[in-house]
Design a binder for this molecule. Structure first.
Ligand SMILES: NC(=O)c1ccc[n+]([C@@H]2O[C@H](COP(=O)([O-])OP(=O)(O)OC[C@H]3O[C@@H](n4cnc5c(N)ncnc54)[C@H](O)[C@@H]3O)[C@@H](O)[C@H]2O)c1
Length: 310
């Protein structure tokens, strides 16, 4: 089976791509390497790995790549509200229009599996479990372009979308801006965090379980298709304060306090039900605690010392 991944050199793609290659799939990655990342270097050993440096908005590139593809995984995006705020035209064209381009050009038999954010579930639903039927009403441009892309993919049919919780864990293209990764980094190096909206609840999922759910979706496509699935840890619908308490178990010197120093652009405060994906037979392997231990090892290696002698 041949798989095309746009944005496959990103945080998620750099774990998903080697996972698929190791399982014997033929994988082509299209990426513009906007972070100058070398995270797929280890994949080049596979004869079944192809790489294209290019832009996912380029019609002729996409047309050519679609000729020889069974499954399409669109990951390319400007990810997160701050980055999207800095490049709003890029956000609209990469996060939404490039996905629509794939939907327009792909044949009906080609399968699409795409991750989207679940930000926006929480508005006005504090304390209530959100299912896939709950309305998604994102506020930020990031959230709304992802929700529009999801609608386009599901309307096109022969597709699956995964509404991912906040992802955590180590990747060869690391992101320390994600909530768990960020807090563990600060706990490890600064021993302190000041939190805003500390009682707001979020949910979380390890990056290797994200790779696993894509494999699960590919392997069970016929029975799962034409639906969206929440993907998060069922036992980790935790507030930011509870997350800090969990981190403190592994880094006992860590201290945290709360102050009104910011606001979430998507006002996320919600608990999510993962019953639909669990009912398809999917199981997660990575608890929050296991991921925190992994991050502590990873941060012993990664250290931001560009402008310091320490
Ligand atoms: N990380 C999360 O918590 C999370 C949660 C929900 C959904 N997602 C979705 O997963 C996908 C991947 O996210 P990520 O965390 O790996 O982000 P990332 O920023 O690490 O990866 C994005 C990748 O897209 C590439 N890219 C950007 N613009 C491009 C363009 N015009 N043409 C080709 N490539 C381009 C970048 O070089 C990068 O490799 C995104 O669609 C994101 O919305 C992520």
């Amino acid at each position: 089976m041949k798989i095309l991944i746009t944005g496959g050199a990103g945080y998620i793609g750099s774990v998903l791509t080697p996972t698929l290659l190791a399982k014997g799939y033929e994988v082509t990655v299209l990426d513009n390497f906007m972070f100058r990342q070398n995270s797929l270097a280890d994949c080049c050993q596979y004869d079944t790995f192809n790489i294209v440096r290019g832009d996912c908005r380029d019609e002729s590139t996409i047309k050519e790549l679609l000729h020889d593809t069974d499954v399409i995984i669109p990951l390319a995006a400007l990810v997160g509200a701050p980055l999207c705020g800095r490049d709003q035209i890029g956000t609209q064209t990469i996060n939404y229009e490039a996905v629509k381009l794939i939907c327009d050009l792909a044949s009906p038999e080609q399968r699409i599996l795409m991750p989207v954010t679940n930000s926006g579930y929480g508005i006005g639903t504090s304390g209530k479990y959100c299912t896939e039927e709950s309305p998604l009403r994102p506020i930020s441009l990031y959230g709304s372009t992802k929700v529009n892309a999801e609608r386009t993919v599901l309307e096109r049919g022969n597709s699956i979308t995964f509404r991912l919780a906040t992802v955590f864990g180590m990747s060869p293209r690391m992101r320390v801006d994600l909530l768990v990764n960020d807090f563990v980094y600060r706990a490890f190096y600064d021993r302190a965090v000041v939190i805003f909206e500390g009682h707001f609840k979020r949910n979380y999922i390890h990056i290797r379980d994200v790779a696993k759910v894509f494999v699960h979706g590919i392997e069970n496509f016929e029975s799962m298709k034409d639906k969206s699935y929440n993907v998060g840890l069922d036992d980790a619908n935790l507030s930011k304060l509870e997350l800090c308490a969990e981190i403190q178990k592994y880094l006992p010197k860590f201290v945290y306090s709360e102050a009104p120093i910011g606001e979430d652009p998507d006002k996320r405060d919600y608990i999510v039900s993962n019953a639909r994906i669990l009912n398809t037979g999917f199981e997660t392997d990575w608890s929050l605690g296991r991921g925190i231990k992994e991050l502590i090892k990873g941060y012993t290696i990664l250290r931001n010392t560009l402008y310091s002698n320490v």
